[in-house]
Design a protein around this ligand. Structure first.
Ligand SMILES: *Cc1c(COP(=O)(O)O)cnc(C)c1O
Length: 349
């Protein structure tokens, strides 16, 4: 197993970020240790209703729980308003607009490109191979000294496969910038998380979210795991109160309820198997790809037509036909048993 070369993380950061100190908000300076204190520092309304105080900008309680569960330090965790904010912070900390570039591997999650455009960062696209695996040689050839981030979505949205560990390892060894492995769907995967290799790869960032397996898309909580050094840089630009109090509380409950999450994931996995089997028996479905996530990608005879037919029956799916390698494909999220049944019945008719 290799060691990443040129590991100076500080050198990858933007010039203006290198000099920054994290903004110290009022609530950052003193935290009650349980002994009674009088807080007259943040211009809050003093009357207690549970939410009159600013939330903990470092989200200590939630991070301690996550750190315990994952066997990491809290200094290796950054939390955001969904993974989308986490990904945006990574762009803004490391990519100089108009100069730096990132690499993405279509067909993949659309947000990487949106954030590249928003941040005026060049997005170099290297298509997945026909088996939906990363083209390692093509990626390394497309990279240069201004390539700051490589986005690997594994399991990948919308193709639903996990990337080969050997290929990811080769990219971790040779890609000159940060490697972000987006594990939004890791809880549905038969592959282990890359978190266990975090210590080994100083330029590795693993992102996860409560939006999928944890059933908490509505509270917006994204998680970034990386080296202390990377997290310290991201903390310099993080808005102090980016994770609100309601979210911190609800997230804590959700993360603590490992049994409840496991139960739902198990049910989704068995529904996924059933859905794949049923789809394979439907004439308008030409190919169903294996899935390591909570959705299934299927190649149809005529995706636009089937999409419209489903819609007219009140069933909304995602037409991925516009994406490279995804001609005539629909993406089906695994729903409840009843919802999946409705989908199958609609496709049959
Ligand atoms: C759904 C999804 C996310 C989740 O983003 P949040 O902002 O945390 O809701 C992240 N990455 C991928 C690839 C996804 O499909």
């Amino acid at each position: 197993m290799g060691i990443q070369k040129n590991t100076s993380i500080e050198n990858l950061a933007r010039e203006n970020v290198k000099g920054l100190k994290p903004y110290a908000s009022a609530r950052d300076e003193y935290v009650s240790d349980g002994s009674p204190m009088v807080f007259l520092d943040a211009n809050e309304n003093p009357f207690d209703n549970g939410y009159n105080r600013y939330p903990d900008p470092r989200q200590r309680k939630l991070k301690e729980l996550l750190a315990r569960q994952k066997g990491l330090q809290t200094s290796q965790i950054l939390l955001g308003n969904g993974s989308d904010e986490v990904l945006d912070l990574i762009y803004r900390a490391f990519c100089e607009p108009g100069r730096d570039n990132v690499l993405t591997l279509p067909p993949t999650y659309g947000m990487y490109k949106v954030l590249a455009d928003v941040n005026a960062v060049e997005n170099r696209e290297v298509l997945l191979e026909s088996n939906f695996e990363p083209n390692v040689e093509g990626i390394l050839k497309a990279a240069d000294q201004h390539s700051k981030i490589l986005f690997l979505c594994s399991p990948n949205n919308p193709t639903a496969n996990s990337f080969s560990r050997d290929r990811i390892r080769a990219l971790l060894e040779h890609f000159p910038g940060l490697v972000v492995i987006d594990e939004a769907y890791i809880d549905f995967s038969s592959e282990p998380s890359w978190l266990s290799e975090l210590a080994q790869w100083p330029r590795l960032i693993v992102t996860q979210t409560l939006s999928k397996a944890y059933g908490l898309a509505g509270i917006r909580l994204g998680i970034c795991y990386a080296s202390d050094e990377i997290i310290a840089i991201l903390n310099k630009i993080k808005p102090p109160y980016n994770v609100n109090e309601l979210t911190q509380q609800k997230a804590y409950e959700g993360v603590r309820d490992t049994e409840g999450v496991k139960k739902e994931v198990t049910q989704i996995l068995s529904e996924r198997a059933r859905l794949i089997q049923s789809l394979r028996a439907i004439p308008s479905v030409k190919e169903v790809y294996p899935s390591d996530a909570n959705f299934v990608l299927a190649r149809m005879d005529d995706a636009a037509r089937r999409y419209g037919e489903l819609l007219s029956q009140g069933i909304v799916v995602r037409n991925r036909s516009g994406q490279p390698l995804c001609d005539n494909t629909l993406r089906f999220t695994v729903g409840t048993p009843g919802e999946n049944e409705k989908l199958i019945e609609a496709l049959k008719s």
